[in-house]
Design a protein around this ligand. Structure first.
Ligand code: 0L1
Ligand code: MG
Length: 260
């Protein structure tokens, strides 16, 4: 049996992504995989994405709401990377044939005005470093069959990254109450979920602080201009070709995406 290591895990996960071929979780064969090794695999996949020309545009939080934690059976939030290859323009159809089994979820999105470096960052410090707040949708796509994974698996897999879209017109952070911001998610014209920013760890700024503190453990920080997806506010909905998913925010506008 071949031994597992960071290099092999990164190769297997990026290969699954490139070939649109799902697979069993790493921990089925590598039960000793721990969280810090999983983050090193995630960083290695980022390094390879950069080597092929992708640019870091920010970070994303995962599993920051009860709805997401209950669905995935994991109650620990995680942090992962966003690159420019993951950006969809508003109104750009989601390329279903580039993904394995996409699901869509609403997100409160921050654009950073100042650098945020842990450890010990508080929600108040995090909030003060945000310039703009946008409404967003994330299209997640796990490399694991049926989205079955443990925490180290999903950390290694860059938190099921796929694509994301955000409203072009954000609002100045000082004018937005991100905790109270409400949203309604509709799938095929039918309302399927509602949430507020409070569903994201009580305050999306708390999720941002957590991201800064987790990155600090690897000597990293959140940089000015970076985009931060604070985590799915509701359970995600499946997206197949022809599906229309719409999110309506109370003060951050609306977004509609279509599976193509
Ligand atoms: O596949 C998943 O649901 C894990 C990623 C979670 C993303 C999120 O909570 O925003
Ligand atoms: Mg998400």
């Amino acid at each position: 049996m071949t031994t597992w290591n960071i290099d092999r895990a990164a190769t297997v996960l990026l290969d699954a992504e490139d070939r649109r071929a799902d697979r069993e979780p790493l921990t089925d064969e590598w039960p000793e995989l721990d969280l810090s090794t999983a983050y090193r695999i995630q960083d290695e996949t980022l390094r390879r994405r950069q080597e092929r020309g992708e640019k870091i545009v920010g970070v994303k939080l995962g599993l920051t709401s009860k709805a997401k934690q209950q669905r995935m059976g994991i109650d620990v939030p995680l942090v992962a990377w966003l690159t420019d290859a993951m950006i969809l323009d508003p109104d750009e159809p989601v390329p279903i044939d580039e993904l394995i089994h996409p699901r869509v979820e609403p997100e409160i999105v921050f654009v950073m005005g100042a650098r945020l470096a842990g450890p010990g960052v508080t929600a108040d410090e995090a909030r003060a470093a945000v310039a703009q707040v946008h409404g967003g949708l994330e299209v997640i796509d796990s490399r694991y069959r049926d989205f079955r994974f443990t925490l180290p698996d999903v950390v290694a897999d860059n938190s099921s990254s796929g694509k994301f879209v955000m409203n072009l017109a954000g609002r100045p952070a000082a004018e937005v109450d991100a905790v109270a911001e409400a949203c309604t998610l509709s799938h095929g014209g039918k309302q399927v979920a509602t949430a507020t920013g409070a569903d994201v760890m009580g305050d999306p700024a708390a999720a941002l602080a957590l991201a800064a503190n987790v990155l600090a453990e690897r000597g990293l920080a959140i940089e000015p201009g970076w985009i931060v997806l604070t985590g799915g506010m509701t359970d995600a909905v499946h997206l197949v070709a022809g599906d229309v998913v719409r999110i309506d925010f109370a003060s951050l506008g609306e977004l509609t995406i279509t599976g193509a």
